[in-house]
Design a protein around this ligand. Structure first.
Ligand code: TYC
Length: 142
C-alpha cells in the first residue's frame, strides 16, 4: 500500500472493529480500520478513513455436498465408475452409494469446499454427456 504522510495537526486513532460483529470477507480476512481526524474538530466531519492493515484470520471453509440424482437410463456400472474415478471411492463403497441413489433418488458422492465441489460437478456432467448418459450431479451447501 502507498505510504500516506500524516499532517502534524492530525491525531491518529486506531479503531479495531469488533471481531464478533464484523463479518470476515470470503478469504477470512478481518480488516483493521484507522481513522485520521483533525484534533481541533470535534465533529470529525473531515475524518479520513483508510485501511492500513489486514491480518488473516483462520476460519473453517464453507462445505458443499456433491450429490448424484437417480434416473432411469444411466447404467449402474457407469455410476459406480464415476464414484471410483472422480470421488476416489473403492468398489464396495461406490456400489453402496450408487444403490442408495437408485433406491432413494439422491445420494452424497462427497463433501468439498466450493471450488472443488464446482469442479467435480463439471467433470461428472461432462463425462456423462460425453457418454450420452443423463446422470445429474449437483452441489448443495452443507
Ligand atoms: N436407476 C439407474 C438404473 O436402474 C441407476 C442409477 C443409479 C442411475 C444412480 C443414476 O445416480 C444414479 N440403471
Amino acid at each position: 500500500m502507498k505510504n500516506i504522510t500524516v499532517p502534524e495537526n492530525f491525531e491518529k486513532r486506531q479503531k479495531v472493529l469488533n471481531e464478533d460483529t464484523v463479518p470476515l470477507n470470503h478469504h477470512g480476512v478481518l480488516n483493521h480500520e484507522v481513522v485520521l481526524s483533525d484534533r481541533d474538530d470535534d465533529s470529525h466531519d473531515n475524518d479520513v478513513d483508510i485501511i492500513t492493515k489486514s491480518r488473516p484470520k483462520t476460519r473453517k471453509p464453507d462445505l458443499y455436498k456433491v450429490v448424484l440424482l437417480n434416473d432411469d437410463y444411466t447404467p449402474m456400472d457407469f455410476v459406480i465408475s464415476v464414484l471410483e474415478h472422480f470421488f476416489n471411492k473403492g468398489g464396495e463403497e461406490a456400489t453402496r452409494i450408487m444403490l442408495e441413489v437408485h433406491r432413494k433418488g439422491v445420494g452424497i458422492a462427497g463433501v468439498f469446499t466450493y471450488e472443488i465441489a464446482e469442479t467435480k460437478v463439471g467433470q461428472v456432467t461432462n463425462f456423462s454427456r460425453q457418454h450420452e448418459h443423463p446422470l445429474q450431479c449437483t452441489m448443495e451447501k452443507e
